[in-house]
Design a protein around this ligand. Sequence first.
Ligand SMILES: *Cc1c(COP(=O)(O)O)cnc(C)c1O
Length: 396
Amino acid sequence: MQLAQRAAGISPSPTLAIDAQAKAMKAKGVKVINFSAGEPDFGTPEHIKQAAIDALAAGFTRYTPVAGIPELRQAICASLAARGVTYEPADIVVSCGAKHSLYNAMQVLLNAGDEVILSAPYWVSYYEQVKLAGGVPVVVTTGPDTGFKLTPGLLEAAITPRTRLLILNSPCNPTGAVYSREELAALAEVIVARDLIVISDEIYAALLYDGLTHTSIASLAPEVKERTILIDGVSKTYAMTGWRIGYAAAPRPVAKAMTDLQSHSTSNPTSIAQKAAVAALTGSQEAVEMMRREFEQRRNRILAGLRELPGIECNQPGGAFYVFPYIGKLFGRKFRGRVLGNSTDVATALLNEFQVAVVPGVAFGAEPYLRLSYATSMDQIEAGLERLRAFVTELE
Ligand SMILES: *Cc1c(COP(=O)(O)O)cnc(C)c1O
């Protein structure tokens, strides 16, 4: 059957594809070390699960307001206030995951041919979502020289009369880059001067290391906030990826348009998951800090281990749960008779011959890198590092 052009143009998520391949190998009994996961390996904290059980027992199983229950939108406002941004519940739209919030935002903001600036390495879904909304992704490549961060100069150079939107993601998936307040202020100057809208994906705001603190670009000034669609959710902070609760905080007309769009697609996100999200945001944050600390220790271990490997260099990520090593020095070398030419060759060799699942940088619009998620146990990290060492020492 002939598909619509819209569907024919979609590339499937390469990160989910590799994760699925690794899981399939695991199911067959192969001992795979999986560094490809894009989600915390922790379980959802007990008090959050209990809130969903209670909601279910109380019969909280009907439609809710499309944009989310008032209680949850209030809790989101309180959580954002702690970040230095003031929103009212009417500015908040709760959706089926932050991915859905991003999708809704692009659908209501982009006209055909509008250009959207993405800084590579970028999260894969931005690119596809821009295209699905009829927009044109304009990729600006960043590297270790700027800590994988967009600078005002790079941004300026990418702006054309068709530029409408910039997508920022700090802390960043896949690089772990964290923008400082000063760096964001410098970008905000350009955003305001050139009348751009910014989608600020802050899904990893709670996962910061080395004493770094999170700044939301919306908190810098009213004229920045009125151009910002702030995106966050409970998936990464509270180990709740399967619950599908994300949200947008946006200028009122944008929030209304996103709600109207959602009213004709998914309607409200799951009622009991919303109650669980209220418990997550308003309850004890102890588990969040426990997970953050554990991630920081793992980051330290995997970073030190990678830096010991000949031919591999790695920037220190300040947040999220990924490392993004540079593997350019491995290209041109031979593995079992075949020359390694790109990040896919390296990722394929690692998965098939060493049972280590990593995501090739090309999936994020960036060569020559790999993304390794350290949302896995310290034992797996140790074992994975050993296999990586075996791989690089075998190269000719
Ligand atoms: C995981 C992730 C999301 C989506 O999270 P959900 O709330 O589970 O949809 C959005 N942006 C980035 C950068 C992510 O890594």
